[in-house]
Write a protein that binds this ligand. Structure first.
Ligand SMILES: Nc1ncnc2c1ncn2[C@@H]1O[C@H](COP(=O)(O)OP(=O)(O)OP(=O)(O)O)[C@@H](O)[C@H]1O
Length: 605
């Protein structure tokens, strides 16, 4: 097999550190600055505080700000600013203890439960559920009474109640990652469970845990203030909760005493919440939707190249038919994604067409932009992908300027799609009947009975001999080949004029592959559709296509009739792809010879 050349234009991936990405978020930066100021105030309290926080001067009882007391005095005659600064220490110290306790208890338990499942999962989940059902505040009051109001013990107890939050997140992540093939590969390679837990699993939970910690710290600070507000904790240790208690008693007469600790508490908790939210965006816990501005920037950059890039921006490929004779025509299509280091162009000026009754192959190595081209035609690009084109015509109608809703309305009616992975494209929760009948009812407006009859008819047409059984089956009850036939049936049931099939046979075994290709060919001829087949395999092209476009690095390097391309490929890349396919054929011949030889020896015996 010939090795495909490494794409010359593939830019190295530039990793941008989390901190640098964080610093690009204004709200996150403000929140971080606020938190750092609170931390600095706590650390530097002995130097910043103008007075001892417990020093009492009767002349500043309920004093207004002034006379050397920037925020005035409290009900006991202590300087409010000094107590606020020292109170920040207590607050942050308590939050750290709580978070560490929650982390230490929740994360290893969650990761183990998610990874091992079974008894471990049942026991850990039972404990977590039990902790969540206990009224935490009451237990904390009991703990406070039983431990002589020891602040660290109280904060550890609070951490125990925070552990289920960490547990649930770690368990869910570990359960998802456990099913990944690379975990099986690590097991097969002999990597031990403790090592898999330490490396793969801990790495998988790291991001959500960072976010959870920021949020837990905020909750811990609020709970801690609540406990201190209730009078728990040593009176000689200044805390924001105690200060609020003091202010609450004189709220109507001296409201400022309550105001300062409330502001400190509110601002600190808000800062932690914004930090958590920004981190959640950055480490993709929430799927980030590209903003309108970012889309417009990508569109502008794709449509208006800089002068230096113009030579590379000429459309590649050509048109074989007049516009009015095309079922599909694409002119100068570009697809790009906004990345941290600028716009990544994955389709760079593609022009192609297909007439009714014609089979067009889009062929190229992995990553050459075949799928992105077909997704742009279908308007099914993943979030973040932006397409611009001089025009896309489906059944003679220019669709590139239509709204998303109008483009969506074409799917299943004017243009159909057959995906690569048949089983993962069927919903495991619904029967095949439901999945075929619903689109016919809601997209094509058929009655339930008519839709069922049509579904049965197309199933028979795609070669399913027992349609009743298949209609009543769930996806896991049918084979991959049958699932692909079902998807083809769904795609052609609306009689589209263009059918796009993206590697429709890759996930199937060799005998089924040939049958599915044959079926596509028959349906295409019967319905007079233009069939666009995306493939990396010249064997498929030779089997079924009339014409072919060869793609490399997002551009078409060659286009022509299949016989002509096989006979005399004009581009060395095409020759290389064909020779890779022929290598396979030789391999097949050798295998056949070896099997014939083995058969002969058996007969002789
Ligand atoms: N969501 C995405 N964000 C950024 N880049 C993407 C995204 N999806 C695909 N790409 C990039 O687009 C390029 C073309 O991908 P495409 O899926 O079209 O390749 P392909 O030729 O169909 O290959 P394959 O047969 O392996 O699917 C690749 O470099 C890929 O990394």
């Amino acid at each position: 097999m010939t090795t495909a050349p490494f794409p010359a234009t593939l830019a190295p991936v530039r990793r941008i550190s989390l901190l640098r990405r964080y610093l690009r978020r204004p709200l996150g930066v403000v929140a971080l600055v606020v938190l750092l100021l609170v931390v600095a105030a706590a650390v530097l309290a002995p130097w910043l505080a103008p007075f001892d926080p417990n020093f009492v001067t009767f002349k500043i009882v309920h004093a207004e700000p002034g006379n050397g007391h920037l925020l005035g005095g409290d009900s006991a005659g202590r300087d409010i600013l000094s107590r606020l600064l020292y109170g920040a220490r207590t607050t942050l110290y308590g939050a750290v203890i709580t978070c560490v306790a929650g982390l230490v208890l929740g994360v290893p338990a969650g990761v183990s439960a998610g990874y091992f499942g079974g008894v471990t999962d049942r026991i850990c989940s039972w404990i977590s559920d039990a902790l969540q059902s206990i009224p935490g505040m009451i237990v904390l009051l009991v703990v406070a009474a039983g431990t002589g109001q020891s602040f660290p013990v109280l904060m550890v107890a609070l951490g125990v109640f925070m552990a289920p939050g960490y547990y649930r997140i770690s368990r869910a992540r570990a359960m998802a990652v456990r099913k990944e093939p690379y975990i099986d590969a690590a097991r097969v390679a002999g990597v031990t469970n403790p090592r898999i837990l330490r490396t793969h699993m801990m790495r998988a939970v790291y991001a959500p845990i960072v976010v959870q910690t920021a949020l837990t710290a905020g909750i811990a600070i609020g709970m801690q203030a609540g406990l201190q507000f209730l009078g728990i904790g040593s009176a000689s240790t200044p805390s924001w909760g105690q200060m609020m208690n003091d202010g609450f008693n004189t709220m109507l007469t001296f409201p400022k005493i309550l105001l300062w600790p409330s502001i400190a508490l509110g601002v600190t908790i808000a800062a932690l919440a914004f930090i958590g939210s920004t981190l959640a965006d950055l480490i993709s816990i929430r799927a980030e939707q590209p903003s309108k501005r970012s889309r417009a920037r990508v569109r502008h950059e794709l449509a208006a190249p800089s002068a230096a890039e113009l030579s590379d921006r000429v459309a590649s490929g050509s048109h074989e038919h007049a516009l009015e004779d095309c079922a599909l025509r694409v002119e100068n299509l570009r697809v790009g994604y906004a990345t941290q280091s600028g716009v990544k162009e994955v389709v760079r000026g593609v022009s192609l067409d297909a007439a009714p009754g014609e089979v067009l192959g889009i062929v190229g190595e992995s990553g050459s932009g075949k799928t992105q081209t077909s997704f742009a035609v279908l308007d099914l690009l993943p979030s973040g992908g932006t397409a611009v084109a001089d025009g896309i015509w489906i059944s003679g109608r220019e669709v590139s300027k239509l709204s998303s809703a109008e483009r969506a309305a074409l799917l299943g009616r004017s243009i159909g799609y057959v995906p690569q992975e048949p089983l993962s494209n069927l919903d495991p929760c619904y029967t095949i009947e439901h999945q075929l009948v619903e689109p016919l009812r809601y997209v094509h407006g058929l009655s339930k009975a008519d839709a069922r009859a049509r579904a049965r008819e197309v199933l028979v047409r795609v070669g399913i001999t027992d349609p009743e059984r298949v209609l009543g089956s769930y996806p896991h009850q049918i084979s991959g080949g049958m699932a692909q036939r079902v998807l083809i049936a769904g795609a052609v049931s609306g009689r589209p004029s263009v059918l796009v099939a993206d590697e429709p046979t890759t996930a199937l075994d060799v005998t089924v592959q040939a049958e599915v290709l044959e079926l596509l060919r028959e349906l295409q001829q019967e319905y007079g559709m233009a069939l666009v087949i995306v493939t990396h395999n010249f064997g498929v092209v030779a089997d079924i296509c009339d014409r072919v476009v060869v793609m490399k690095d997002g551009r078409i390097v060659e286009t022509g009739r299949v016989e002509q391309i096989f006979r005399a490929p004009a581009h060395p890349y095409t020759a290389e792809l064909i020779s890779a396919s022929l290598d396979d054929v030789e391999g097949r011949d050798e295998l056949d010879r070896a099997l014939a030889h083995a058969g002969g020896e058996d007969d002789a015996r």
